[in-house]
Design a protein around this ligand. Structure first.
Ligand code: NAG
Ligand code: NAG
Ligand code: NAG
Length: 391
């Protein structure tokens, strides 16, 4: 801890000195020195696994955040004494150009010797901050933002568990500030994503029910992030899915799917999760199928989404329907007569044909049409199965 502070005040001092020397001196040499150092550190932290933001953006709406080095500096500024820093910067200004350059070299050597603090150390600091009930709201947000970045690599997520961090974050789900709750849900979702070890612990700590209540929040951001966390906790996790149904997750999904007034992002996530759950069921054929999959009202709420004006939502609904049709406990006649799937697919076909005439997104429309066609074939096969079996 002391070592980290020392390093960071040096880093900050180095920046101030560089600025000072730029003002007074030929800047190409001194400024170049600093930036090459900064770049090395940046590369270093990328190697430890912070560079995955592109996948995060694809997997889930990353909105904001900072690179690791920048996060580091922010942390440093937050943990430094501004008065001392100012004094040091003034000291630096009194140095001659050659002394200054000598100091810079010394600091560079020192930094190389000290190395940057490990991610686990940074997580520990952020968690200690969160445990402090007199921490300002601003600092609480900052600590959470840091953890949001830090938990992304799977090893870090596991380390956070071992540091007892999950309990700390879960407590923040009850905070009075909506942003604190939102980022905390987001962290839990990120840490649980494709990580059975973290999933298990978060489930055992009882966070699923809290997150499911948060999906009802009037803040769309909070609701969306909570839904993201719920999905991440139960994806490919049979025990999690069981808990989800015990907490009336089927009703939650049905409410979201059948309410056009619900935010479109939440509806897309909900139908995506339905497809995911059905897919997981198909992969675990020895497990009894969840009764809600054969609930006709639920199935109808999924089929009805094909009439949405949002093509993305329609596509996700098709993916879900394709898996639902392949389940043993869903009935072809329910899809035909109650959900009116045949008519829905016909209507979609016409709509897609019209869209195909426009130049925009033609490729995407073609993809959706071939998916629609697959669903149609799966549906026909299921209907023929019924007709072939005498009742
Ligand atoms: C700055 O340094 C470069 C190379 O070291 C030199 O070519 C240039 O003339 C210097 N400029 C001034 C303003 O001293
Ligand atoms: C808790 O936070 C307050 C406000 O930032 C700070 O003054 C205090 O030193 C912190 N306590 C601990 C134990 O870190
Ligand atoms: C969400 O709100 C609906 C309607 O207000 C309610 O029926 C449902 O029980 C709530 N769900 C949770 C998990 O609190």
């Amino acid at each position: 801890m002391a070592r980290i502070s020392a390093l960071l005040s040096l880093l900050l001092l180095f920046m101030t000195m560089t600025t000072a020397s730029v003002e007074r001196e030929n800047k190409s040499s001194s400024a170049g020195l600093f930036w090459s150092t900064a770049k090395e550190e940046g590369d270093l932290s990328h190697n430890t696994g912070h560079a995955d933001d592109s996948t995060a953006a694809a997997a889930d709406d990353i909105d904001g955040g900072f690179s690791s080095l920048e996060g580091m500096l922010q942390w440093a500024i937050g943990h430094s004494d501004p008065v001392k820093l100012k004094e040091k910067a003034q000291d630096a200004q009194r140095l001659s150009p050659s002394e200054l350059r000598q100091r810079q070299l010394e600091i560079k050597e020192l930094m190389e010797k000290l190395k940057m603090p490990s991610d686990a150390q940074l997580m520990q600091i952020a968690l200690d901050d969160l445990r402090n009930s007199s921490l300002s709201l601003e600092d609480r947000h900052r600590a959470l933002q840091e953890l949001l970045i830090l938990v992304e690599p799977i090893d870090n997520a596991n380390d956070m568990c071992k540091l007892g961090g999950l309990g700390v974050i879960i407590r923040e789900l009850d905070h009075s500030d909506s942003d604190v709750r939102k980022i905390s849900a987001w962290i839990l979702g990120k840490a649980s994503q494709n990580n059975p070890y973290v999933q298990k612990q978060v489930l055992e700590l009882g966070a699923l029910a809290t997150l499911m209540k948060m999906v009802n929040s009037s803040s769309v951001d909070e609701a969306t992030k909570a839904f993201y966390a719920v999905s991440a906790l139960i994806r490919n996790n049979v025990a999690g899915q069981q808990l989800f149904f015990e907490e009336a997750g089927d009703k939650m999904l049905q409410d979201i799917l059948s309410s056009p007034s619900v935010d479109i992002r939440l509806r897309r996530k909900a139908v995506f999760l339905v497809g995911d759950l059905a897919e997981c069921q198909l992969e675990n054929i020895d497990k009894a199928e969840m009764p809600f999959f054969s609930n006709r009202l639920f199935l109808k709420s999924v089929v009805d989404l094909t009439a949405s004006s949002d093509l993305d939502l329609q596509e996700k609904a098709l993916v879900a329907i394709k898996s639902l049709l392949q389940l043993k406990t869903t009935e072809a006649m329910v899809f035909l007569e109650f959900c009116r799937l045949g008519e829905a697919l016909e209507r979609m076909k016409k709509q897609l044909e019209d869209l195909m005439l426009e130049d925009d997104h033609r490729e995407y429309v073609t993809d959706v049409e071939s998916l629609r066609r697959e669903v149609e074939l799966t549906f026909q096969a299921k209907l023929e199965n019924v007709r072939a079996v005498p009742t």
